[in-house]
Design a binder for this molecule. Sequence first.
Ligand code: RIB
Length: 311
Amino acid sequence: MVMKVLNFGSMNLDYVYQVDHFVQEGETLSALSQTVKAGGKGLNQSIALARAGAEVWHAGCVGQGGAMLRELLRESGVHDDYLCSVDTLQGNAMIQVNRTGENCILLFGGSNQCMTETQIDEALSHFSAGDWLVLQNEINLVPLMIEKASARGMRIVLNPSPYNDRLAEADFGKLSWIFVNEIEAEQLTGCKDPAAAWQMIHVRWPKLSLLITLGSAGCMAWLVTENGVLSAAQPAFPVKAVDTTAAGDTFTGYFITCLMEGMQLQESLRLAARASAFAVTRAGAAESIPTRGEVEQERDCIQGRESFCFG
Ligand code: RIB
């Protein structure tokens, strides 16, 4: 079944530095290597959606130096009809990746902060009730996008990352799903415990479904349906991490695609976790995202021998 999803999202040039350890305050550290790769939460999620099998349009801003990002979206099967060109430096990220594959990221918004109401209206005019809108918080005008997409009856998924004060203007009551990690869940609710965070969210926004990713501990989800709330938990697949960058974005793209396909909650979490596990075994952001074929193949293979396949 062909799915239709619009992703308003960031596109970054990722300047990736392999390091022995994350640089400390006041320290000068030599990197072990440096590469420039395609990334940005929005772009990564669009590519994950496309590789999972969804039909996705990416709306964002291409700035100076960003032509290769547009090219990669096209090559990955993402529609680029609603991309705009702006005369500003391309958004970028400085990413340190340490010896255990963990990262820390410094963002520069650049072109990702150049969305306009005209661009939003033009892109949304091609979508209608039942279509999906995916948003992250690396771009400007997220609250306005939520307002306008909700008025069209679209199903809206927000990954409020990086979490900041600008989100105070966003009406979470108009979202279908919110995807957070455990830190963002605490920022949003004040609760460290995922189940307590869910209770807070459910009381405040009763129609909002929630996904919390917990790193190597896996993830938990609560889906609000007409007949009540379904919940599920999924452990992470054990893998030897090379680079965790875009693991969450891979999860997001796969999980949304599974939901759009009408897959059961537990099975959707499982497939998304497998895709995400695959991504952490490869370096880079967008380039680490597996195709559906790779994930399905791994699925057959890992059922009895998870550590063999990913270890
Ligand atoms: O989620 C990973 C992404 O976060 C990186 O590709 C980087 O660009 C930042 O946006």
